[in-house]
Write a protein that binds this ligand. Structure first.
Ligand code: NAP
Length: 300
């Protein structure tokens, strides 16, 4: 999909230039100046080695930072700290920008802010009801981003992102280790997005006059068992063993259990209509990911 971004617009700053950010940076760099910011010197060096201008800015202990004089936009992709209230990292970053006034701020939030709806559908108009501390932090961060933009007359786009998958982010290691999955009867729909569709959403959010909340999910919610079995079939591995919720407590990581505890069906009408991004479904997304990893997919 082609999404045009003005090249004469100045520097695009990507705070938290990790898995998604690096792919976005590569797309933006073809059109104009980009600066990726990361926590560690090692990540900054890896980006620089890949041709992406980058520097380290640890938002837990930020040193001096001079934003680019021609700052055009900011895409904020760093997660909040693992505990506490709100998002002090976002706050410190916005402070570090000083009087700089980007035309747009794109903040990557999560669909977790909708909480557990028992499998019911949520679009951008649905009420937020964060069910855990992390999602509450996210909601507070969204409000922080919106307030900051209002005061600067900058356009603010909040992308509420489902679970990100793509090349090197498939459950291949878990499949190879023979780890089980939560059986369908005990799990609700899981919402996902292929990383390149998320990148397309970020590019369109920069390029188009859109503001406010936009959900970013592929519209094909699928439980953990179904998605993992689909990956297994495409790479030619045995389907994983299915376990009950009780057995899963012992077998799965706390992060995965937190993801599985909540159930909702995320709709993304603004993504399609206003950002012009039609995300690929899981079958195509897994095939694309395997292709990029140089792994043949079964069945063509
Ligand atoms: N993964 C998912 O399924 C998912 C789902 C919904 C929303 N999201 C959110 O979407 C965003 C992008 O996700 P992703 O998976 O692409 O992220 P990622 O690969 O984990 O990258 C996170 C980036 O943030 C940087 N960072 C972390 N702590 C920092 C700090 N204290 N100071 C400065 N930078 C810091 C990291 O730098 P270093 O590399 O130097 O550590 C890295 O560049 C994140 O906010 C994530 O929480 C993710």
């Amino acid at each position: 999909m082609k999404t045009e971004v003005s090249t004469s617009a100045g520097t695009h700053l990507l705070m938290g230039c990790g898995y998604t950010g690096a792919r976005l940076a590569r797309r933006l760099a073809a059109r104009g100046p980009v600066l990726g910011l990361v926590r560690s010197e090692a990540s900054a060096a890896a980006l620089a080695a890949a041709g992406i201008p980058a520097r380290a800015l640890n938002l837990d202990r930020p040193g001096p930072f001079d934003p680019p004089g021609d700052l055009a936009s900011v895409v904020y992709l760093a997660p909040p700290p693992s505990d506490g209230e709100g998002d002090p990292r976002l706050w410190r970053f916005l402070e570090a920008l000083g009087p700089a006034r980007p035309r747009a701020l794109v903040y990557l939030s999560t669909t977790g802010v909708y909480g557990d709806t028992g499998g019911a559908a949520v679009d951008e108009a649905a009420p937020t009801a964060p069910g855990d501390a992390r999602s509450r932090q996210r909601l507070q961060a969204e409000a922080q981003a919106l307030r900051w933009c209002e005061a600067r007359e900058a356009r603010c786009v909040i992308l509420r992102v489902a679970a990100i998958y793509g090349p090197h982010r498939l459950p291949l290691d878990r499949l190879r280790r023979g780890e089980p999955v939560l059986r369908a009867e005990d799990s609700g729909p899981g919402n996902r997005i292929h990383v390149d569709d998320l990148v397309a959403a970020c590019l369109a959010a920069l390029a188009r006059p859109v503001a406010g909340v936009v959900n970013v999910a592929d519209g094909c919610p699928e439980g953990m068992a179904a998605f993992t079995a689909r990956v297994a079939a495409l790479v030619g591995l045995p389907a994983p063993r299915e376990v009950t919720w009780q057995e899963a407590q012992e077998a799965l990581s706390p992060g995965l259990l937190a993801f599985l505890r909540e159930s909702r069906r995320v709709l993304s009408p603004r993504l399609v209509r206003e950002l012009g991004v039609t995300p690929r479904g899981p079958e195509a997304g897994i095939r694309d990911s395997l292709r990029e990893m140089g792994l043949p997919a079964s069945g063509g």
